[in-house]
Write a protein that binds this ligand. Structure first.
Ligand code: GLP
Length: 247
């Protein structure tokens, strides 16, 4: 894919995590009010928890909204508490009027994972594409589970997790040995087709990745920098995540 034109990212810095989360929710609420059957791309991780809380607290109806999650661990059944499906159930699905049949997330236990990836891409296409995609970012700049070096053309596929990502996510498991080695993730090509992107980052641990995203040269070694080629991306930060930015 050609990534010819670079666009200015919209960077918004908030005093704290709560305000950043509220802003993200407000943007999504406004979209859903305009388009009640909007298609949302959604992330997991610690970062979006405040966003989900604010979305739920607003009481906005999601009865016609369709959602597609970014990724899922390979091999974890939906009943495993650390599967991204279980995460989404706790954080959002069980707290809103979202319909179960409208909530999509790759099946990490599919008999044929490659076929599952193709099916997932097709489901996104059939829904009309993502109106908005909310993203977190890994310490190493990964988006979804697109680790450093991932092709910018990639579609939804099976990937291997970087050791640093497995270590970062080990906090949710009893030990690092329990952290899956592979996942299914939307590819960067899939991500870039979202009509609008909101990337959220909070805390000092993300400051270096954010500096690369906002001020660095776009390159596959820092996957998030691809967003400099996306025509409508907002980067919502708390003060700590913005602390290494020039201004
Ligand atoms: C995970 C997810 C990403 C997420 C990242 C950061 O590995 N696959 O989608 O953005 O970690 O997570 P956190 O928000 O917990 O820092």
């Amino acid at each position: 894919m050609m990534h010819g034109k670079r666009y200015p990212l919209t960077v918004e810095v908030f005093a704290d995590y709560k305000q950043m989360s509220q802003r993200a929710a407000d943007i999504v609420i406004e979209l859903v009010k305009e388009k009640p059957d909007a298609v949302l791309g959604l992330p997991t991780g610690s970062t979006p928890l405040g966003f989900y809380d604010a979305l739920v607290a607003s009481g906005v109806s999601l009865a016609r909204v369709r959602t597609f999650n970014l990724d899922e661990y390979l091999g974890l059944p939906r009943t495993h508490p650390e599967s991204y499906y279980a995460f989404m159930k706790r954080a959002l699905y069980d707290r809103t009027d979202l319909r179960p049949e409208n909530c999509h997330i790759p099946d990490g236990t599919a008999a044929d994972p490659d076929e599952e990836c193709r099916r997932y891409e097709e489901a996104i296409r059939a829904a009309g594409g993502l109106d908005i995609l909310v993203l977190g970012v890994g310490h190493n700049g990964h988006i979804g589970f697109n680790e450093p070096g991932s092709s910018w053309d990639a579609r939804t596929r099976v990937v291997e997790l970087a050791e640093s990502t497995r270590k970062a996510n080990a906090r949710f498991f009893n030990s690092i040995d329990e952290v899956p080695r592979k996942a299914i993730t939307m590819g960067i090509g899939t991500i870039m087709e979202a009509r609008r992107i909101l990337l959220l980052a909070s805390g000092e641990g993300k400051a270096a990745a954010i500096k690369e995203l906002v001020e660095g040269e776009p390159r596959p070694e820092v996957p998030a920098t691809v967003l400099q080629y996306h025509p409508d991306t907002s980067v919502l930060l708390d003060a700590a995540a913005a602390s290494l930015l020039r201004r």
